[in-house]
Design a protein around this ligand. Structure first.
Ligand code: ADP
Ligand code: MG
Length: 693
C-alpha cells in the first residue's frame, strides 16, 4: 500500500495547475502520468538571461533589456510580422512577432510605457537594426522579478515548449512533501548531500552549469536514492527467491566420478562456480543463479556436472539452447559423458518428428530419460517431465520473458541456472543481475593462444584475401563478417551477397553465406557444412550463432569493424581462438577512422578480457544508453546515470544488503522511510526488475 504522505506526488498530472486536457497527453508522453514524474524530469540545460543595454548587445545572446515602447508597426500584408519599436538610452531595437499577435499586444504595451523584454537578440539581415523575435518575456518593470536570471531548459516537444514544462514543474514542486530521510545520516553527512526535498528543488533551480552536472551533490543524492530504491527491491526479490522451497540435491558419487572422467581438469573458476551451484542445490531453497563467462570459458561442462548431480538424486534436468545447431552441439558434447555414468539424455528440437520424437517424449514423461537438451520446442505442451529438478538456459538473454516463464511452468520448483556470454561491465552487473546469485568464469581453460588482432584499411582488401587463400590452402577455416547495422537490412544484405560473390571467385564452392533472411533450417544447413569442414569460408551478417563452437575455425575477418560496438567485436572475435591452433582476427575499416573508433580498435588489440572490454566500452561511450541496455532489460533510471554514477551502484547494493540483514521487514524508523523511498520509485520486489525476469 502506498503511504499517505506520497498521495500528492502520485496524483495525475492534470492536478497540476495549468495542465489541461490539451497538454496533459503531451506532458504524459514526455514525463509520465503522475505529478511525481514531472518533478523527476531533469532539466537538460540552462539559459542565462544577461541584463544589458542596446549598445552592448551581442548577436545571438539571450539578454534582458529595459525599454520604452515607441511605436507599433502593424503587418502591412498577411505573413508579415508585427513589430514593436522600442529603445533605451543607448539605442533602438524591434520586438518582432510573426504569429500570435493582435490588438492586445498594443493594449498591454502602449506607446510610452516602460517594459522589461528578455529573449535572444540578433542583427536583422537587412539593415543594421537589432531585433528580438518573440521575446520570452515582455513585462512591466514591477514584474521584472518574473524574468529569471538563470532558467532551466526541459526536453520540449511540438506543442509543449520548454518554458511551459518549466512552469508545470514549478507548480508540481509546490506539492512535494518533506519526506523522512532514508539515508544513513553518517553517510549523507560524509557526502555533504542535501536533504531529499532540497535536492529536488536544487535540481530544478540550478544557480549555474555546475549544479546541472551529474556530480553535483544534489544530483548525486537523487541518483543514489534511485539506485538504492532499485537495489533494495532487487535484494528483497533475491531474499524471496531463496525462500521458495526446492528439492535438496547433494552431489552424489556418480557426479564425482564424472568429474574425474573429464579429459581435462576444471579451471579454478569452473570449480568455484560448481561449488556455488552445489551449495544452492543442497540448500533446500530454489537456486536462481547466473553463470557468466566469456565465450570459450567452459560453461557447458559446469552445466553437465550440475545435471549429473541432479540425475544422481533421481531428478531430471533440461538444457535449453536458443538455436537448433547449438542444441545439437550441446547434445553431442554431453551425451557420452552422461551415458558413461548411466544417465540418458534426449534431444528435442523442432526437427525431431514422428515416432522417434514420441519415444523421447515418453522417456521424459516416464523418467527413463533424465536429461533433455533442446530448443524452443521444449516449451510445447506435449513435453512433460516426470520430475524436473533443474532448468538450464544457455544464452539466456536470447529468450524472451514469456518463454522463460513457460519453461518455468514445466517445473515450478525446479532450480534455475542461466548462462550468459555477454560480458557486462562489473560496475553494472549489480544493476542488471542484483536479484540473482552470480558466478563468474573469469579464467579461461589453459592452452588457449590469444587471437592475434590487427586492423587494416579497406584498400588492403586484396592483400587480406591473398593471405586468406594461403591459409585456406593450408587447411584453415575462416569467418567473414559483414556488418548488419542499417534499420532495413536489405542494403547490408546486398553488401554481404556482393562479398560472397567476390569470395566465390577466389574460393569457389568452399564459400558459404548465412544471413538473417534465411530460414532456421537453411541457416543450420550452411552452418553444418562449415562445422564439418566442407566450407572453408563462411560469409555472415552478424547472425553467426552465439556460442557455436567451430574449433577448427582460426580466422575472423570483420568488415567495417568501425561500425560495430566493442562488445560486439569481442563476441565475434571469440568465435575463433577456441582450439590450440594460433588464430587471427582482421578488423577491416573504411578510413579515415574517427578518434573514438581508433581507440575502440586499440582496446580490442590490447586485451581479450571481455569484462575489461565492456568496462572500457562503457567509459568511451559516456552517458546515455551506453550498451543499448534499455533493450536488454536494463532499468530506465530517471535520475541516475548508470555511467556517471556507477561508483554509487556498488555502494547502494551494499547498503541494501546491510539494511535487509539488520531489518528484513523494514520495521525500524529508517525501514519505514525506506519503504517510502521504494514506493516513490515504484520498484517492488514482485514487479519486473531485471533482465532475468
Ligand atoms: P562456453 O563458455 O563458451 O560455452 P564451452 O563450454 O563451449 O565454452 O567450452 C569451450 C571449449 O573449452 C570446449 O571445447 C570445452 O571442451 C573446453 N573446455 C572447457 N573446460 C575446459 C578445461 N577446464 N580445460 C580445458 N578445456 C576445457
Ligand atoms: Mg556455450
Amino acid at each position: 500500500m502506498r503511504p499517505q504522505i506520497l498521495f500528492p506526488l502520485f496524483g495525475p498530472i492534470t492536478t497540476v495547475k495549468g495542465v489541461g486536457s490539451r497538454v496533459a497527453p503531451l506532458l504524459e508522453r514526455m514525463a509520465g502520468p503522475r505529478v511525481r514524474d514531472l518533478v523527476f524530469l531533469s532539466p537538460q540545460g540552462l539559459i542565462r538571461r544577461r541584463p544589458g543595454r542596446v549598445a552592448d548587445l551581442v548577436d545571438g545572446e539571450v539578454q534582458t533589456l529595459t525599454l520604452t515602447i515607441e511605436a507599433h508597426q502593424k503587418p502591412g500584408r498577411p505573413g508579415h510580422p508585427w513589430r514593436i519599436r522600442a529603445r533605451d538610452d543607448t539605442g533602438a531595437i524591434s520586438l518582432t512577432y510573426f504569429k500570435g499577435y493582435g490588438a492586445h499586444l498594443e493594449e498591454r504595451n502602449p506607446v510610452g510605457s516602460v517594459r522589461v523584454a528578455s529573449g535572444k537578440v540578433e542583427h536583422e539581415r537587412l539593415g543594421a537594426n537589432w531585433q528580438m523575435v518573440h521575446p520570452d518575456y515582455l513585462v512591466a518593470p514591477e514584474r521584472a522579478t518574473d524574468v529569471p536570471p538563470v532558467e532551466t531548459v526541459y526536453p520540449a516537444t511540438v506543442g509543449l515548449p520548454s518554458r511551459a514544462i518549466r512552469r508545470f514543474v514549478r507548480s508540481a514542486l509546490e506539492r512535494v512533501p518533506d519526506l523522512p530521510d532514508w539515508l544513513d545520516p553518517a553517510w549523507r553527512r560524509s557526502q555533504a548531500w542535501p536533504p531529499w526535498r532540497e535536492a529536488l528543488l536544487a535540481l530544478h533551480n540550478p544557480s549555474g552549469e555546475s549544479d546541472l552536472a551529474p556530480q553535483s551533490p544534489a544530483r548525486r543524492r537523487l541518483a543514489y536514492d534511485e539506485l538504492l530504491a532499485h537495489q533494495l527491491a532487487l535484494a528483497q526479490r533475491k531474499q524471496m527467491r531463496r525462500r521458495v522451497p526446492a528439492p535438496r540435491i547433494a552431489p552424489g558419487g556418480r557426479s564425482l566420478s564424472a568429474e574425474a572422467a573429464l579429459p581435462f581438469r576444471l579451471t579454478g573458476a569452473q570449480a568455484r562456480a560448481l561449488a556455488d551451484i552445489r551449495g544452492d542445490l543442497a540448500s533446500g531453497g530454489r537456486m536462481t543463479r547466473l553463470l557468466q563467462g566469456d565465450v570459450g570459458a567452459g560453461k557447458t561442462v559446469v552445466a553437465l556436472l550440475a545435471m549429473m548431480d541432479v540425475a544422481a538424486a533421481g531428478l531430471q534436468s533440461v538444457l535449453m539452447a536458443p538455436t537448433e545447431i547449438l542444441a545439437r552441439q550441446h547434445f553431442d558434447t554431453i551425451r557420452e559423458p552422461l551415458a558413461a555414468q548411466g544417465v540418458t539424455a534426449v534431444l528435442v528440437t523442432g526437427r525431431s518428428k514422428g515416432a522417434a520424437r514420441e519415444d523421447r517424449l515418453a522417456d521424459l514423461r516416464s523418467g527413463a530419460a533424465q536429461v533433455a537438451v533442446g530448443t524452443h520446442a521444449l516449451f510445447q505442451d506435449s513435453v512433460e517431465f516426470r520430475c524436473l529438478g533443474l532448468t538450464i538456459i544457455d544464452e539466456q538473454h536470447r529468450f524472451g520473458v514469456s518463454e522463460r516463464g513457460r519453461l518455468r511452468s514445466k517445473g515450478e520448483s525446479a532450480h534455475l541456472l542461466a548462462m550468459s556470454a555477454t560480458p557486462i561491465p562489473r560496475t553494472l552487473e549489480l544493476t542488471l543481475y542484483g536479484d540473482l546469485d552470480v558466478s563468474n568464469l573469469d579464467e579461461k581453460p589453459p592452452g588457449r593462444t590469444p587471437v592475434a588482432t590487427r586492423a587494416a584499411p579497406m584498400h588492403r582488401l586484396e592483400e587480406v584475401v591473398g593471405r586468406l587463400r594461403q591459409a585456406v590452402a593450408g587447411g584453415a577455416q575462416a569467418f567473414w563478417i559483414c556488418p548488419l547495422v542499417a534499420e532495413s537490412d536489405l542494403v547490408d544484405l546486398a553488401a554481404a551477397e556482393a562479398r560472397y560473390a567476390a569470395l566465390r571467385a577466389v574460393f569457389g564452392e568452399r564459400v558459404g553465406l548465412v544471413h538473417g533472411r534465411l530460414s532456421g533450417a537453411e541457416k543450420d544447413a550452411v552452418m553444418a557444412r562449415f562445422v564439418d569442414g566442407t566450407l572453408a569460408v563462411l560469409v555472415a551478417t552478424t547472425v553467426v550463432e552465439v556460442g557455436v563452437d567451430v574449433p577448427a575455425a582460426s580466422i575472423m575477418v570483420i568488415e567495417q569493424a568501425e561500425r560495430f560496438g566493442l562488445a560486439q567485436l569481442h563476441q565475434l572475435r571469440g568465435r575463433v581462438g577456441r582450439g590450440a591452433k594460433s588464430s587471427s582476427c582482421v578488423l577491416l575499416y573504411d578510413p579515415p577512422l574517427s578518434e573514438a573508433a581508433t581507440r575502440r580498435l586499440d582496446i580490442l588489440r590490447q586485451t581479450d578480457d571481455g569484462f575489461l572490454i565492456a568496462e572500457r566500452d562503457l567509459e568511451l561511450r559516456g552517458g546515455g544508453d551506453p550498451l543499448g541496455l534499455a533493450q536488454s532489460g536494463f532499468p530506465a533510471y530517471r535520475l541516475a546515470d548508470p555511467v556517471a554514477h556507477r561508483d554509487l551502484i556498488a555502494v547502494a547494493a551494499d547498503d541494501a544488503r546491510l539494511i535487509l540483514s539488520r531489518d528484513p521487514g523494514l520495521a525500524s524508523p529508517r525501514g519505514a522511510a525506506l519503504q517510502i523511498l521504494r514506493e516513490l520509485f515504484d520498484w517492488r520486489p514482485d514487479g519486473p526488475l531485471s533482465e532475468a525476469d
